[in-house]
Ligand binder design. Sequence first.
Ligand code: CUA
Length: 347
Amino acid sequence: MKLRAFHFATLLLTFLLLGGCSSVPISPPQTPSVFTPQGTHASSILQLTWVMLDLGSAIFVLVLGLLAAALLRGRRATSNTSPDSSGGDVGRNWAIWGGIALPLVVISIVFGYSIYTLAVINNSSEQPAVKIQVVGRQWWWQVQYPDQNLITANEIHIPVRVPVQIQVESADVIHSLWVPELNGKMDAIPPHINYLTLEADQPGEYRGECAEFCGLQHAHMGLMVVAESSDDFNTWLKAQQQAAAAPTNAPAQAGLQVFLTAGCAFCHIVRGVDDSNINRDGATMGPDLTHLESRLTIAGASLTQDRGNLAGWIIDPQHVKPGSLMPAQPLNAQELQNLIAYLETLK
Ligand code: CUA
């Protein structure tokens, strides 16, 4: 009876713990899994995982089998009481084959396969088709396309089935860029530059995370990778290169004034806006907002991009991401409405 209650409690606890595996309520729904690779690099890593798991399982079963055999033999031996004279030789053989030869073979296989996988996932070409610089910041990702001279945040667009070279850097502490469905992790260690190749087999949206504890909001430092056909990718590049158009309707025009006077422009750039009389010391502290509305998420992929989330984030960012550099904005309702109307023109 007690045992049954214990089993039930364990089962219940397991379900509760597994419940933690679902995405946190404020996150976008995509929950990336290393078991559903969407690119050659992630597939290679998964293959290595299976090889190691299979070998480990086989050895585990073998050891348990030997243990059971030894226990049974020990029981028979004690009932026989006759001492085993050949025990020394048998023991030595087991030590040589089981303790030296077998581990040597197994470790050599695993080591060799690991080196092979490392070579496959680091096949960064000398002349990659697309180069992207990703800079980790507490707690968001700055994304630059140096050849196309454009800058964005928390969202990387890549052409499908093309290896893209990501230059991973950090502006403050150690972060780690991880897009589980596309490749392994790559640390961003200031002031070092690391490289990561991303390649997606299918068009789609792949969620990435920061995989190195980097402070209070480490868990809310995500980004999206959007893989698309080369046509769509080029269209996106062209659109992102444009400066923001001047707002045409009255609320958005009033919103632009809020943007310039309430302090937003101190940390956020909107290309095309005349902010020459604003102190730009903090210009890179916050994400470039020139095409904010084109992104899937805001706040380091903690919130999906929509009107309500944007308003909540502007009014009280410390509620969503306590410790974030973004201060709360003491705007009245009308100012907030206008500001949102302006931000919604940044497509
Ligand atoms: Cu950045 Cu964890």
